[in-house]
Design a protein around this ligand. Structure first.
Ligand code: NAP
Length: 262
């Protein structure tokens, strides 16, 4: 099979109001897709939709709502059904985090992170599969993290959510293969977005200096390339990828480094 085409494709992106999701919508627009942008804040979505039309998108629709709410998820797919009757790409990108020791964070923080990063993705996917079955060359893109490969201290809730997303993605991929629905897992490392301003708790509380990370535009370019080239997983950030490789071959060494910060 050749490269995956993007022209006229019907694409739903969650977390499109900022960061990686916003950059991804902009990167996809020149290929001429139909986009449905989902996040809680309507204003930035509407501004983005206007910009996407000038960049070449065939259409750009907006759905403002909280994807942890089952009724919102149902309503999103009612809109997909009404406007498109099928879906070609589902991009589960919305995500949140918190910093701090597990013992100092609350159960509600843990549950909220799992709700956004894991359950919203699984339940949107459950609703999407019947629509993807009717789609053209269908694909699910799950935006995970390097921290779905290696746990690090002060990020336990986030790591749990991204490990869950990775395990579920791995299990789902072969199930969907028989229906010709592909799945791409994206595992970015540190990316320069507002993500760290949106933490539920523990802003600025890490015991190491955070590197600035790569630009979200670069992550978006690599995601589009991964989509076109039919990759099963991509690591957009070489530093993040190095951690995964180091951990694969020298897990005890990485354990020792992590213990120093614990
Ligand atoms: N930045 C990094 O260093 C990094 C590294 C690895 C992986 N990632 C992953 O990349 C993805 C995008 O993150 P980002 O860096 O672009 O962060 P970001 O700029 O904070 O964007 C997060 C997006 O998720 C949306 N969102 C959050 N909660 C939501 C909810 N309940 N319902 C609907 N939308 C919701 C936000 O929109 P509203 O506030 O408008 O709802 C926003 O559009 C996440 O899955 C994150 O885990 C990020």
């Amino acid at each position: 099979m050749g490269h995956r085409a993007l022209a006229d494709r019907r694409i739903l992106i969650t977390g499109a109001s900022s960061g990686i999701g916003r950059s991804l919508a902009k990167e996809l627009a020149p290929f001429g897709p139909n986009l449905l942008l989902v996040a809680r804040q309507r204003k930035p979505l509407e501004q983005l939709a206007e910009e996407l039309l000038t960049r070449g998108a065939a259409n750009a629709l907006v759905f403002a709502g909280d994807i942890t709410d089952p009724q919102t998820r149902e309503a999103v797919f009612q809109q997909v059904h009404a406007d498109w009757s099928a879906l070609d790409l589902l991009i589960n990108n919305a995500g949140i985090s918190a910093h701090g020791r597990f013992v100092d964070n609350s159960e509600s923080t843990l549950r909220q992170i799992l709700e956004v990063n894991f359950f919203a993705a699984t339940e949107l996917t459950r609703l999407a599969i019947p629509m993807l079955r009717k789609g053209e060359d269908p694909l699910i893109v799950n935006v995970g993290s390097i921290l779905g490969h290696r746990g690090i201290p002060f990020n336990s809730e986030y790591c749990a959510s991204k490990f869950a997303l990775r395990g579920w993605s791995e299990a789902l991929r072969p199930e969907l293969n028989r229906e010709d629905i592909d799945l791409l897992l994206v595992s970015p490392g540190s990316t320069d977005t507002k993500f760290f301003d949106h933490l539920l708790s523990g802003k600025g509380s890490l015991p190491w200096a955070e590197s600035k990370g790569i630009a979200p535009e670069e992550v978006a370019r690599q995601i589009v390339r991964g989509i076109q080239r039919r990759r099963p997983e991509i690591f957009p950030n070489w530093r993040g990828r190095s951690l995964v490789i180091l951990n694969r071959f020298f897990p005890r060494l990485v354990d020792r480094i992590m213990r120093r910060y614990g």
